[in-house]
Design a protein around this ligand. Structure first.
Ligand code: NAD
Length: 486
């Protein structure tokens, strides 16, 4: 292991790569090998102040740039992302661990956010009513709001920042990104490509670090809005602190996503989709399937098919093309996951596939194999908590209604999926289930740039979701002009 002689990465402020004003750094690991691949600075309040001041100054001129000119930079950026697609995907795999195929898909989701934002000249249009009263007309005009702080998690180093900064900057705001300290490398590559696309200095900035940088952004009077994505406790904290400082805040939080499998479902499709949704990206997706409520009549058949498919998954370094299941993000997270498996056994759930065996055979890197519990109930911690690892809980239910009632007991409500061939069941599911993102006969109701994305209940704090028209609304404010032409 190379524990020394790896660089401390730099912050990106005002178009320059700057050494952080701090003595502390954290190690960045390749989770598939345990190797230290970089050190990330744990930047200070001073670094936040410099970045926000730079972004505030840049805002004064950037907001005046014609919208089509801002969009043209994103067109160039889109092409650069496409040209560097493979390299970006490999970098994601190296710092995050997910398979390179998953990483390739993540880059695609990010590129789509850029493509959507490049439509800003149409999206930002206002509207008029020429006769709101006699001789009186009114119109609405849309403007940026200032400096935006973006705080992102480790699990999607490209896609989650891309939910934020393309729309934020194309609408005329400037941006300070605080990437996850566990996956900071891809963000710097995104900045290099923005520079190559011709983005003016100071419009996009990066301050690396941990909670001090987050607090710095939340407290800074010149930060107008915060976009946060991460775990539930931090999302709640960010939302409360940011709004008490009178900022706009959208905070996307943790999850425990449920799939319901009915007896009329195509079980071949259902098991393939659920395997991918539960164990893809090592279960470290906010849309991962972590609980299945399956109708009792088909439960044995469903479970047998599921376990057979789980046994076939290739575990290893995600850079190897045939690998499906990579490592979890850190050694500590691996141990937390193993503890949850013990907890599940103690709680009385039936362990039908034990991922600890794969963990034992792979000592390099932070691997846990696909783990499946049967007979899980809502009283168990493995049903309630977000484990964020390749651990799947199965509960047996009598019918759709009891499956929906069970699912709605969860404090989280990010996503939910239904497997059925019956349109009537789909309607009941859509109307009765608590969740922001729904899927039918798919495993992951994935975020798409063009639609709003978020959960309900403790999976989201705020009102305007990420992406789609909600993203546009979040990063802009409006003026209404009423005119009498007499
Ligand atoms: P995390 O909450 O640990 O970190 C997210 C960000 O918050 C990071 O930038 C981190 O530096 C910062 N942070 C961490 N602790 C903090 C603290 N005490 N005070 C201030 N800032 C702090 O999340 P993570 O482990 O990086 O990511 C995984 C979590 O993110 C999971 O819970 C997952 O469900 C969630 N997530 C949600 C969505 C969604 O759309 N709802 C998407 C992706 C990930």
């Amino acid at each position: 292991m190379t524990k020394t002689k790896v660089d401390v990465i730099k912050n990106y402020v005002g178009g320059k790569w700057m050494k952080a004003n701090c003595d502390r750094t954290a190690e960045v690991f390749n989770p598939a090998t345990g190797e230290v691949i970089a050190h990330v600075p744990i930047s200070s309040q001073k670094d936040v102040d410099i970045a926000v001041e730079t972004a505030s100054q840049a805002f004064q001129s950037w907001k005046e740039v014609a919208v089509p000119r801002r969009a043209r930079i994103l067109f160039k950026y889109q092409q650069l992302l496409v040209d560097n697609w493979n390299e970006l995907a490999e970098l994601i795999t190296i710092e995050n661990g997910k398979s390179v195929k998953e990483a390739y898909g993540e880059v695609q989701r990010g590129i789509e956010c850029v493509e959507y934002a490049a439509g800003a000249p149409s999206l930002m249009m206002g509207s008029q009513l020429p006769s709101i009263a006699t001789d009186l007309e009114s119109g609405v005009y849309r403007y940026p709001i200032g400096v935006i702080g973006g705080i992102t998690p480790f699990n999607f180093p490209m896609m989650v920042p891309a939910w934020m900064f393309p729309m934020a900057i194309v609408t005329g705001n400037t941006f300070v990104l605080k990437p996850s300290e566990r996956t900071p490398l891809l963000a710097n590559r995104l900045a290099e490509l923005l520079e190559e696309a011709g983005l003016p200095e100071g419009v996009f900035n990066i301050v690396h670090g941990g909670h001090d940088v987050v607090n710095g952004l939340l407290d800074h009077k010149d930060v107008s809005a915060i976009s946060f994505v991460g775990s539930q406790p931090v999302a709640e904290y960010v939302y409360k602190k940011g709004t008490s400082n009178l900022k706009r805040v959208q905070a996307l939080a943790g999850a425990k996503n449920h799939s319901i499998v009915l007896k009329d479902a195509d079980l071949e499709n259902a098991t393939t989709q659920i395997i991918s949704a539960a164990f893809g990206s090592a279960g470290e997706r906010c849309m991962a399937c972590s609980v299945v409520a399956v109708e009792e009549e088909i439960a044995d058949q469903f479970i047998e098919m599921l376990v057979n498919k789980a046994n076939e998954l290739k575990i290893g370094n995600g850079l190897n093309e045939d690998v499906f299941l990579g490592p979890v993000i850190r050694e500590q997270h691996k141990h937390r996951t193993l503890q949850y498996i013990e907890t599940g056994e103690k709680e009385g759930a039936k362990l039908i596939r034990d991922g600890r065996e794969d963990a034992d055979t792979k000592r390099e890197g932070y691997f846990v194999g696909p783990t499946i519990f049967d007979h899980v109930t809502s009283e168990m911690k493995i049903w309630q908590d977000e484990i964020f690892a390749p651990v799947l809980a199965i509960s047996r239910v009598g019918n759709l209604e009891s499956a929906i009632n069970l699912t709605n007991k969860s404090r989280f409500a990010n996503g939910a999926c239904l497997f059925t061939r019956d349109g009537g069941y789909v309607r009941t599911f859509r109307e009765k289930i608590d969740a922001g993102m729904l899927g039918v006969n798919i495993g992951v109701p994935a975020p798409m740039a063009f639609f709003p994305f978020s959960g309900w209940k403790d999976s989201f704090y705020g009102d305007l979701h990420a992406n789609g028209k909600d993203g546009l609304e979040f990063y802009t404010r409006k003026k209404v002009l009423t005119t009498r032409w007499v």
